[in-house]
Structure formats: structure tokens, C-alpha cells
Design a protein around this ligand. Structure first.
Ligand code: DNO
Length: 403
């Protein structure tokens, strides 16, 4: 019997809307066919009205592209804390999902990280090649937390070695470098809808006083119990993004960092719509996460994929490596993904062309002569997309010919 061919992953590209320095017509030339975007102008917690969604969708389609994934419908902090107006915000979230379904936008990515979305300490880490990368340095994070933010109790979160390294570094760096570090951590990286001053940040952290990992886990479960059935019914797939980086920061609870976290949240609401965004760079920043194994075991609920590499450094530090080099074995990851696609085809699922985007990219070549959002350069990401596309094609062809 002739098998249906395994479709290619849907190549997508994150676009931050009309203010993104990378335009839709440029994206079209990269080879991506799908757009990953959000209605960034709508305040967190409010309903995305259908006419707003339609308008953005038409704009994307006019450029010959398709709106494949929403990244993200942000989860209001009051939902994460189950405080204040959280019930209204959950109802609004449900309505937004219905409106997106009505407009045929099929996948919604979101995260459940308190206060900060993704966190880095350096945006222009120079690489030997002359390109630059994003970096997370645990000593710099401790320096900021202990000596610039001066968070009460921060010293209990770091080892003595890290504290003394941070102390030493504090006396070596300039005031300007300290300001730069503060801005990098607090100003909000692209996609994080919030930015903070130091005082606002301390205030936001204090609102989580007494909220443990277990509490946050329960809040996530309660949220999923309310939104996943709506998503299932209207035909939208939810994809939770893991914590980036995947370990606790600033004493905040963290609940989506490991395979067992992911398994638990999938099991807590056992519906196909309750799924994952598999981010190789986020999960990959922990050496104890077995990425291909996670794809094999959790794959049927992976609705969206971010492919990115990290070079692990000492302790918890890492920088973003080129997509095919670094600590993440990208070929093994890709092979596990194609295997999952094959399984979907064999079981007759209609979502085998899983949307994938090259996550982040170095700043390189002409990226230096134009503005770009940190991590979201044009040429660096296009290099990533091209390499990943080639890797996928090679693996697919080897797998097809060996069966
Ligand atoms: C960073 C992104 C994150 C991601 C959100 C999803 O580059 O991967 O900002 O979009 O955490 O909600």
C-alpha cells in the first residue's frame, strides 16, 4: 500500500507586527510561508476582537503569507497569581480563543512565567566569527539581583562561589555597564509585553511572596481546566512555551522547565488541545533535559516548535550558538520530530506539518547596519532557517530511503 508522504514542517517566522523592522515582504524572501505574531497593541488581559484579528490576518495574507501561530496571547499576572480580576481575565482569554478560531488562526502559544518573560544578561555578546549573540551569565544575574536590585533574601539563592564572583565583578564594571545590565534584564525583551523600573520590578516580585511552585502549578492547572476545553471545542491548539531559562530566577516560582513539568501539565487536562511549544533552546539550557526523548514521549501534543541552539558554559551560563552547533544535538532533535510527523501521518492526523520557526539568530553581516529586535535579526535568522531546512530535508530523505 502506498503511504502518504510525510509533509515538511511548516516554516514560520516571528513578526512583531507593523513596527517590526523586518517587513512581511522581506520575510517572504526568506522561504518562510507562515507568520507567527500577536496583537501587541492590545493590553494584557483584554479581548482580541474578531475585527482586529481579521485586519491583521488580511495584512499578512496580502503579503502572500499565512497567520499560522499566535505568539503569544499573554496570560495576565492576576491569572498566574489567581488574584484580583483573574476571573474576568480568564473569560476574556476564552473569548479571544473563540475569536481566533473563528478567524482560522489555529495555534496559540503562551507562557506561564511570572513577572518576566525570557531573560538574558547580554544582548551583544561578540562571537569569534564577528557576529554577535544573546547570552545569559549567572554571575551577572547574581550581581544585578544582589547589588543593584538588592532584593531581600537574594543571597540564599546563590552559591558562595557565585556570590563572591559577583562581588568581584561589581567592583570591576563601570556605572554605565551596571545600567546596561539593569536595562537588559528589566526593559523587556521582544515579545515580553511588560518592562519595569527597578522599583516596579521589586513591587511585581513582592506580589509573588508566599506563592510557591506548587501554588503556581495549581494556578496553571486551574487555568488549563478553564481554557483547554474551550480551545478543544473551537479547534484551537494551545502550546505552552517553557521557562526561559529553565530554572528559578529572583526567587519566583517556575513550573515549566523539565519533562516532568510538561508531562504533569499535559496530564492535568488530558485534551489534545492542551499542548506544548517545544523550544529546543529553552529546554536545552538544562543538560538534564533529554530533548529527543522528550519529543518521542511528549510528541503527540507538540503543536509548535522553536528551533534554537545554546552553548552551555560554566554553571548555569550559556550563550546562543548557531542553530546547528552548540550543546543541543540538532540532528537528533530533528530526527525525533520527523519520526513524530511520520506517526501522525500513519494515524491519520491532519496536523503533521507542525509549524516550526528558527528561534532567534545571531546579528551578522547586514544585520549590523539596520535596526533589529534583540535575537530577531533578519540575516541571522535566515541562516538558521536555511540550515534547519537543509537538515530536515537530509534527515527525511535518509529516513524515507531506509524504510
Ligand atoms: C523569546 C520567545 C518568548 C516566547 C514567549 C511565549 O524569544 O520565545 O518570548 O514568545 O515566552 O509566550
Amino acid at each position: 500500500m502506498k503511504q502518504n508522504p510525510i509533509p515538511y514542517l511548516e516554516k514560520t517566522w516571528r513578526w512583531f507586527g507593523p513596527s517590526d523592522p523586518v517587513s512581511l515582504s522581506e520575510i517572504r524572501q526568506t522561504g518562510a510561508t507562515g507568520i507567527v505574531t500577536a496583537l501587541h497593541h492590545i493590553p494584557n488581559g483584554e479581548i482580541w476582537e474578531s475585527h482586529e484579528i481579521e485586519k491583521r490576518k488580511r495584512e499578512i495574507e496580502a503579503a502572500g503569507l499565512r497567520w499560522s501561530v499566535v505568539e503569544s496571547v499573554p496570560v495576565h499576572e492576576e491569572i498566574k497569581r489567581r488574584a484580583g480580576r483573574f476571573r474576568t481575565y480568564i473569560q476574556n482569554y476564552q473569548q479571544t480563543l473563540r475569536n481566533l478560531a473563528e478567524c482560522d488562526v489555529p495555534v496559540v502559544c503562551y507562557n506561564f512565567m511570572p513577572v518576566l518573560d525570557w531573560t538574558r544578561t547580554e544582548l551583544h555578546f561578540p562571537l569569534e566569527s564577528g557576529a554577535s549573540a544573546l547570552r545569559f551569565d549567572e554571575i551577572d544575574l547574581a550581581l544585578f539581583d544582589l547589588f543593584l536590585l538588592k532584593r531581600t533574601g537574594a543571597e540564599t539563592d546563590y552559591s558562595n562561589d557565585v556570590i563572591s564572583a559577583a562581588e568581584g565583578k561589581k567592583s570591576r564594571i563601570t556605572d554605565e555597564e551596571k545600567e546596561q545590565l539593569t536595562a537588559t534584564i528589566l526593559a523587556g525583551l521582544p515579545g515580553a509585553e511588560e518592562g519595569y523600573t527597578t522599583n516596579q520590578f521589586l513591587q511585581a516580585l513582592s506580589e509573588y511572596d508566599g506563592i510557591t511552585d506548587n501554588d503556581l502549578r495549581t494556578h496553571l492547572k486551574e487555568f488549563l481546566l478553564e481554557i483547554a476545553p474551550v480551545a478543544e471545542e473551537c479547534g484551537v491548539r494551545l502550546a505552552i512555551h517553557p521557562d526561559d531559562p529553565p530554572f528559578p530566577l529572583f526567587g519566583l516560582p517556575r513550573v515549566v522547565s523539565t519533562e516532568s513539568d510538561a508531562r504533569e501539565l499535559l496530564d492535568s487536562v488530558n485534551l489534545q488541545a492542551n499542548g506544548l511549544c517545544f523550544c529546543s533552546g529553552s529546554y536545552g539550557a538544562r543538560p538534564d533535559n533529554d530533548l529527543p526523548g522528550m519529543i518521542r514521549r511528549l510528541g503527540e501534543r507538540i503543536h509548535f516548535i522553536h528551533l534554537r541552539n545554546v552553548q552551555l558554559e560554566e554553571g548555569r551560563s550559556f550563550h546562543e550558538a548557531a542553530h546547528l552547533v552548540g550543546s543541543v544535538g540538532m540532528a537528533d532533535v530533528m530526527q525525533a520530530i520527523v519520526t513524530e510527523q511520520k506517526r501522525r501521518v500513519e494515524s491519520g492526523r491532519s496536523d503533521s506539518a507542525i509549524p516550526m520557526r528558527p528561534d532567534h539568530g545571531h546579528r551578522m553581516l547586514d544585520d549590523f547596519s539596520r535596526e533589529s529586535n534583540p535575537g530577531y535579526s533578519l540575516i541571522g535568522r535566515m541562516r538558521g532557517l536555511a540550515e534547519l531546512r537543509g537538515l530536515e530535508m537530509g534527515i527525511r530523505s535518509l529516513m524515507t530511503n531506509s524504510h
